[in-house]
Design a binder for this molecule. Structure first.
Ligand SMILES: Nc1ncnc2c1ncn2[C@@H]1O[C@H](COP(=O)(O)OP(=O)(O)OP(=O)(O)O)[C@@H](O)[C@H]1O
Length: 227
């Protein structure tokens, strides 16, 4: 059984169908990267897995337990953590305080070590660079087992991107990752499996090779990106 199993998930907003029967699975230890055009439903999928939105129908099973109707804080406590595009760090608290407040399964020091935060542990949230804020958010996510990471590279400069890839590789050795990534090359580099979402549906889930060689996905989505 996969660590995460999403079955026939549907979520509407008024007349808009954001998720239209999404079924996918994530194996323990894998990195899955979600790609898809704007409005495909990527963030809504994260929201429905993590209890920020309730789906209209369908199920989400994490580690054998049905979490579909659980609230965000319950899902987080069970070990499903996420980061947001808009990085969430308390400005008035130091790095160490932010981490002590948010971590309840792992020693804060261990989380800070993972993301090289010990040297800046006394810096307050308000004076952190974006890259540092992202590392604080990632270290808090690393307190869980399944990490849902939304556009971790956005806003980083070219020198910071390889460092972020290193951090993700470190996390991937111990955790199960799901990433939303707009840059297709980066997505294919990082992924054990790629999930292609389009108009609320899964066009395919498979290894980067399998996705690149899928004629339907080529035609409907990847074609114009000239892979
Ligand atoms: N809270 C909301 N209220 C109304 N419509 C919403 C809401 N959240 C998402 N939607 C709609 O659901 C659809 C899917 O949106 P979603 O943000 O999940 O897509 P996405 O793939 O994450 O897009 P992007 O790549 O632009 O972030 C879109 O049509 C969006 O306008």
């Amino acid at each position: 059984m996969g660590l995460l199993e999403v079955n026939d998930l549907r979520r509407t907003f008024g007349g808009i169908v954001a998720l239209d029967g999404v079924t996918l699975d994530v194996e323990r230890g894998e990195t899955n990267v979600i790609i898809g055009p704007n409005g495909a439903g990527k963030t809504t999928l994260f929201n429905c897995i993590t209890g920020y939105h309730m789906p209209d129908s369908g199920t989400v099973v994490f580690d054998g337990e049905n979490i579909t109707r659980k609230r965000d804080y319950e899902v987080a406590r069970m070990g499903v953590r996420r980061t947001f595009q808009e990085v969430d760090v308390f400005d008035e608290l130091t790095v160490a305080e932010n981490i002590s407040l948010g971590a309840f399964q792992t020693e804060p020091r261990e989380l800070m070590d993972l993301l090289d935060l010990m040297d800046i542990r006394h810096k307050r949230g308000e004076s952190l660079t974006l890259f540092e804020r992202k590392r604080v958010a990632l270290s808090l996510a690393a307190d869980g087992q399944l990490l849902l990471l939304d556009e971790v590279f956005s806003g980083l400069n070219p020198a910071e991107k390889p460092a972020m890839i290193e951090y993700l590789n470190t996390l991937a050795r111990e955790k199960t990752l799901m990433l939303i990534e707009h840059d297709i090359e980066t997505a294919f580099d990082l992924a054990d499996r790629v999930i292609v979402l389009s108009q609320g549906s899964v066009l395919g889930q498979g290894t980067p090779e399998a996705i690149k060689n899928d004629d339907r996905i080529q035609q409907e989505y990847l074609g114009e990106m000239a892979l």
